[in-house]
Design a protein around this ligand. Structure first.
Ligand SMILES: Cc1ncc(COP(=O)(O)O)c(C=O)c1O
Length: 404
């Protein structure tokens, strides 16, 4: 948990986000004048006053134990909180653990939770299989429900979980409409904002209480770190999350925090490039006869484009392509034939990835294009023309397997 305002030089009023990404979370003159903060490892912390032993801890201004995170983790929390406009952050050793920590902190037996149908699969599984066993009921709602979520609110509803866009089917949620209802009923809201990495969406401005980011993706950026964060603009929520973080014994290594902080320095450039190339490739896909629909909210053809335009200032480099149903038999041959797009879970790294899937995976309500095979593409840092050549080659393979 970050305890104090961001370390280092005071930042001139109104500096841009690009500048913040360079400056945040470091204070060279507090550690031998090197630019990057050191990796501070440690379990036991020493005290010279016995009284201090029992007044230290995650909620005091004196740390008690290494599990609370030391200076390296604090620098990262400070940077993330400042970027998102929050008052603080807690770290977890994966994005999924950040989500489960928030769910444990925000619910108790007897509660009712509303979860978007477009959510990341393991979020849904935790709600159903873990929270369910502890007496918390999860109800799935249509991601496009907007203000009509009011009709699903019960006296015991304690939490609404949003993910915008859904990371496979890319529905954009009407976040302000949902948070308005939540606030009127005193219900907490949690959003998975991994897609914009806290850069292109500002959930607190839209009324959200807790923002979750899987730092594994764009922040770390090199497919070699697992980490997650919960950021909040509420001191009360920061306290609750910090207490649950301590009770669950969640620790994030100093090395992973350090690598993530290092990734932040270049994230603005990487994400801007990945956004630009993803839009180019999404537009290119939309001209292809093999494709039924491209699911990228920045394309004007996307059904939620207007909401994306209203609430976002950019896009992640992740989108899906729905191929025509008659192409289903050739999808695996196509993705296996790529030279540059590798197949694998996760996204946000420097290498482009392709993930064959189906829109209906994990869904409760019928997904649009449930019948069409989907491939989710994560755009990396390769030259766009090489990526298009690879995708063109893949379509030739697809057409060879599935002649028209
Ligand atoms: C949308 C979304 N949220 C959360 C996560 C979880 O992140 P992690 O892999 O760090 O557990 C993922 C991982 O793929 C994701 O796609």
């Amino acid at each position: 948990m970050s305890r104090k305002p961001d370390a280092g030089k005071p930042m001139p009023f109104g500096v841009s986000e690009a500048t913040r990404l360079v400056q945040l979370g470091r204070d060279p003159f507090s550690h031998e004048r090197v630019i990057n903060p050191p990796i501070q490892r440690g379990s036991t912390l020493l005290f010279d006053k016995a009284d201090d032993l029992y007044r230290s801890g995650p909620l005091s201004d004196m740390k008690g134990y290494g599990l609370e995170g030391l200076s390296t983790q604090d620098r990262l929390c400070e940077a993330l909180a400042t970027l998102s406009g929050g008052v603080g952050a807690v770290l977890a050793p994966s994005g999924l653990q950040a989500i489960t920590l928030a769910l444990m902190a925000a619910t108790k037996a007897g509660d009712h939770v509303l979860l978007t149908d477009s959510s990341y699969g393991p979020t849904r599984r935790f709600c159903r299989e873990v929270l369910g066993n502890y007496g918390v009921e999860t109800e799935i709602y249509d991601p496009r429900i907007g203000a009509k979520i009011d009709s699903l609110i019960r006296p015991k509803t304690s939490l609404i979980i949003l993910e915008s866009p859904g990371s496979l089917t890319f529905e954009i949620q009407d976040v302000p409409a949902i948070t308005k209802v939540a606030r009127a009923h005193n219900i907490a809201t949690l959003i998975d904002d991994t897609w914009t990495a806290g850069l292109y969406l500002k959930p607190f401005d839209l009324g959200v209480d807790i923002s979750m980011q899987a730092l594994t993706k764009y922040q770390a950026g090199h497919a070699d770190v697992l980490a997650g964060a919960l950021i909040t603009n509420s001191h009360a929520w920061l306290k609750r999350l910090t207490i649950m973080h301590q009770m669950l014994g969640i620790g994030t290594s100093a090395e992973d925090a350090w690598l993530t902080l290092r990734g932040l320095r270049t994230m603005g450039l990487r994400l801007a490039h990945q956004d630009k190339v993803a839009r180019q490739i999404a537009t290119w896909f939309s001209t292809r006869p093999e494709v039924a629909e491209v699911l990228h909210p920045a394309l004007p053809t996307h059904p939620d484009h207007a909401i994306w335009q209203r609430d976002f200032t950019g896009a992640g480099g992740l989108f899906s392509v729905v191929f025509k149903p008659e192409k289903a038999a050739g999808i695996h041959a196509m993705t296996e034939s790529y030279h540059l797009f590798s197949m694998g879970f996760s996204w946000g790294g420097f290498e482009s990835l392709a993930l064959p899937s189906t829109a209906q995976v994990n869904r409760q309500f019928p997904a649009r294009h449930a019948q069409g095979p989907i491939v989710r593409y994560s755009i990396g840092l390769e030259a766009p023309e090489d990526l298009v050549a690879d995708l063109t080659h893949g379509l030739e393979v697809l057409n060879g397997v599935c002649p028209d």
